[in-house]
Design a binder for this molecule. Structure first.
Ligand code: SF4
Length: 866
């Protein structure tokens, strides 16, 4: 058995993974105890990585017009079409849309090809959706895109402020590190978010602000800190500039004004300001809730301003900390994989930098102006300004805002190339040429995590079919276009060139200098941070005068028309992006198996919505359907919809069908968290749910499906009853049954059907006029078992057997009812005691905040009753 040290391909925490081949082509995966990001721990997604290493759904050979072709033919076709488009329409008529899933070496050569040889800056990335506002904010304040913190700072801080970051679900291992530190040293936690997320469970202060009002809150903090004299005059005097202008922009933000703008109680605003003033070691960690906004860059700078004023930067346990979404968004930034960057933290607008990069690459061109950022790029595709587009490792027809217009643009584009791991995505259907890329476990290179740590992603599997590494595909096409400088032997050579470029024209002017990596054995690279342990420790920033800049920031309220709701989109605990990988793992659907939308009780009442109804969510351009989840965790005017579901898993669930293409003016990052939508109850005659062995083809009605260990679970609904329930059920069954049992009520409005074959349950279907009350978790476990039909028809376990209820802990399959019973049985038990008793939270630990929430709810009910 050989074990390979590699890195998790999901989020920006960048956890180290040990992958071991255990025979029969199987792989086991566990956390790398030596990796400084995770010290051996992995979240639910990382722990199930081995289950994604299957051939199912892979793109295994190149295709032109849906016909299999050789690599030579595909490369020749792409090279010829890009070359003729450039010849006929100029370099800006082509574009690359790349991905934070790419390795740094892939990004490096893609950027080199587009900017250095094609001569356009039309290369942008899905990282634009993730952290472009943080990049723009860093550059405005520090003069360069530098994240000043380390993960240890979260453990060394006395106060951690999470802003627009559901760390508990989106970066679970970092949240666990924070929670461990809180238990050990009593770190205070403030959570600022329009939603009371799992991260807010147990926080010292939760500020449920109005969507988009962060700038008002932090401008008010800046003003208060200054007025109270709670700042560091020596630091401000010696290391910053622009305070007066920032204070001027903040002058109107009294605590009363802040309370009015943010929708918070004035006492809560004051409590936050007092906490910030009282602690020296403060980390303000922020993510998509800050970045994905029409004023995302100002939000970032409003946060940074407060750290500059107090000198809480460049010190242990202190600083503004952008936590990146994607595994290699940071690596892409380092090599200039965005339309407004050059490479190695050099600037397109700087002629010295342009000259230096061009000489280093020995390239014929270098663009003098920025290229098109993601949203503008697809608009240009739709307007026929971009005529040849290459999409690498991403699914923009799902993930970009106003996804309907993205699909329309792709449909009309002259020439679309998609290189991807998966064959069927919303985007691959528009490709004229499909190129199979290697996936995690096959490809080889480096990634950089949120704390600037470069780690190796190593290959331990043979590629599936004819899949090739992205860097190789790009270089082959560059050479076929007649360009020199792309004849690399492998990723080590590309990484060495990246190291070399980081030193060019540097002389200490750019912190991104990888000279320490020079001459190192690529195979043996250990996870190492660039920029040293403590950027800005000397108070020297990368502006021309070495001073950090205060930036005056402007509060722009999100305005939503009367009668509409503010749609907040985001991630859930156990899924990743558009489910192309996590969608292969049954366990990861056990927590949330169907597209849903969270709405407050008051809003639900006013719309006549009841729990588990279906709702139509209508944006300016599109519409989706989701199950209603009524919860106190969202504000009355807001709704929250996860962004993961695609047409592979549900009939009409694209959250981004409803989102607006509005962007931040500085970063170009879309405002994915504040679109205006209408919500209406969907008229439904019947709701259904079921399980089926074998393939499941659903229907013309509403449906959602989730994989089980064998077969699928499904939900469905329709506006009219089928003419014949038995025939309808039969249309869902792909295996022939030897025994079918049914129950039909006299009014034909409720139907249950159970089918077995050779004594095993192969199918069950339940339908009724109301949302079906069947124990899903129990039902899903019965598929393929010898359970009696009569028991299945009842829709729940036998009398005396506890129905565990909806799954909370997906690692160990522990349901809500079991946890509740444990809490009732053990009055006053701690979280750890309940976890030990029920086994919830004893796997990856990501569900612990939800277990805590159940304990808190029951305790509150008890206190109210007493
Ligand atoms: Fe992967 Fe989870 Fe670690 Fe993120 S926190 S890198 S998803 S294991």
């Amino acid at each position: 058995m050989t074990t390979t040290k590699t890195t998790c391909p999901y989020c920006g925490v960048g956890c180290g993974v040990l992958a071991t081949k255990i025979g029969d082509g199987k792989v086991s995966v566990k956390g790398d105890p030596e990796h400084p990001a995770n010290f051996g721990k992995l979240c639910s997604k990382g722990l199930t990585l081995a289950e994604t290493l299957v051939p199912q759904g892979r793109l295994t050979y190149p295709m032109i017009a849906n016909e299999r072709v050789s690599w030579d033919a595909a490369i020749a076709r792409v090279a010829e079409k890009f070359a003729t488009t450039i010849r006929d329409h100029g370099p800006d008529s082509v574009a690359f849309y790349v991905s934070g899933q790419l390795l740094t070496e892939d990004y490096y050569v893609a950027n080199k090809l587009m900017k250095g040889f094609i001569g356009s800056a039309n290369i942008d990335t899905n990282s634009r959706l993730c952290m472009a506002s943080a990049v723009a904010g860093h550059k405005r304040a520090f003069g360069a895109d530098i994240v000043p913190c380390n993960y240890e700072d979260l453990e060394e801080a006395d106060l951690v402020v999470l802003v627009g970051s559901n760390l508990a679900w989106c970066h679970p291992i970092l949240f666990q590190r924070l929670q461990a530190a809180r238990e050990k040293r009593g770190t205070k936690l403030v959570v600022i978010d329009p939603r009371r997320t799992a991260s807010a469970e147990g926080a010292d202060l939760f500020l449920g602000i109005t969507s988009g009002s962060d700038v008002a809150l932090f401008n008010g903090l800046l003003r208060q800190l200054y007025l109270r004299g709670e700042f560091d005059p020596a630091f401000v005097f010696s290391h910053t500039s622009g305070l007066s202008e920032a204070l001027l922009a903040s002058r109107e933000w009294t605590t009363e004004g802040v309370a009015a703008a943010t929708g918070l109680k004035q006492t809560d605003v004051e409590a936050f300001y007092a906490l910030f003033a009282a602690h020296e070691k403060i980390v303000t960690a922020f993510s998509m809730g800050v970045n994905q906004s029409a004023s995302g860059t100002d939000k970032v700078n409003a946060i940074i301003n407060c750290h500059l004023l107090t000198g809480r930067i460049g010190k242990a346990g202190a600083g503004p900390f952008s936590i990146t979404g994607q595994p290699n968004a940071m690596g892409g930034r380092e090599v200039g994989g965005m339309a407004n960057m050059l490479a190695a933290h050099m600037d397109i607008a700087n002629p010295v930098h342009r000259d230096a990069v061009q000489k280093f690459w020995a390239s014929p061109h270098i663009p003098e102006k920025e290229g098109l950022k993601a949203v503008d790029m697809f608009q240009a595709v739709g307007e026929d300004k971009i005529k040849a587009l290459w999409i690498m490792g991403t699914n923009p027809a799902v993930s970009l805002p106003d996804s309907g217009s993205i699909a329309a643009a792709l449909k009309r584009c002259d020439f679309v190339v998609v290189s991807d791991v998966m064959a069927q995505t919303e985007t691959t259907q528009y490709a004229h040429v499909l190129l199979p890329a290697q996936g995690w476990g096959e490809k080889d290179g480096t990634v950089t995590n949120s704390e600037r740590r470069i780690s190796r992603q190593r290959s331990f599997l043979a590629p599936e079919g004819e899949a090739r590494p992205d860097w190789k595909i790009i270089c082959d096409i560059a050479e076929a276009m007649g360009f020199d400088g792309f004849g690399y032997e492998g990723p080590a050579e590309i990484f060495a060139e990246h190291v070399g470029l980081s030193e060019v024209q540097n002389n200490g002017t750019r912190l991104l200098n990888l000279e320490d990596w020079k001459g190192q054995d690529f195979e043996a690279l250990m996870p190492t941070q660039w920029g040293g342990r403590r950027p800005f420790v000397d108070g020297i920033f990368q502006t021309h005068d070495g001073r950090a800049r205060f930036v005056p920031t402007l509060f722009k309220p999100v305005t939503i028309d009367e009668g509409k709701y503010t749609l907040n989109t985001g991630r859930i605990r156990d899924q990743w992006h558009t489910m192309t990988r996590t969608g292969l793992v049954p366990k990861l659907f056990s927590h949330r198996a169907e597209p849903y939308i969270e709405i407050s009780p008051a809003a639900a009442t006013s719309l006549g919505l009841h729990p588990a109804d279906l709702a139509e969510i209508s944006g300016e351009h599109g519409k989706s359907i989701a199950r209603i989840l009524i919860t106190q965790t969202v504000r009355d005017g807001d709704v929250f919809q996860p962004m993961h579901w695609t047409s592979q898993f549900a009939s009409q669930a694209l959250a981004n069908g409803n989102t607006s293409p509005a962007v931040d003016p500085f970063s170009g990052q879309p405002a994915l968290k504040s679109s205006a939508v209408s919500i209406a109850k969907k008229a439904i005659a019947w709701h259904g749910c079921g399980i089926a062995l074998g393939p499941l083809e659903l229907l013309t009605c509403y449906w959602a499906k989730a994989p089980l260990l064998e077969g699928f679970a499904f939900e469905c609904a329709d506006e009219k009853f089928p003419a014949d329930w038995l025939a309808f059920s039969g249309s869902l069954m792909s295996l022939e049954a030897s025994e079918i049992s049914t129950v039909l009520t006299g009014d034909q409005a409720s139907f249950r059907c159970v089918a077995r074959k050779n004594g095993k349950l192969i199918f069950a279907f339940f339908a009724s006029a109301q949302p079906v009350e069947v124990s899903r978790a129990w039902l899903h476990q019965q598929l393929g078992s010898d359970v009696q039909s009569v028991q299945v028809l009842s829709g729940r376990p036998a009398a005396g057997v506890l129905d565990h209820g909806p799954i909370i802990c997906s690692c160990n399959g522990v349901g809500r009812n079991l946890i509740k019973r444990a809490v009732y049985d053990t009055h006053g038990a701690t979280l750890s005691a309940i976890c030990e008793k029920t086994n919830a939270g004893m796997g990856c630990g990501s569900c612990r905040p939800e277990v805590q929430r159940i304990i808190t709810e029951i305790s509150a009910t008890r206190i109210a009753a007493e």
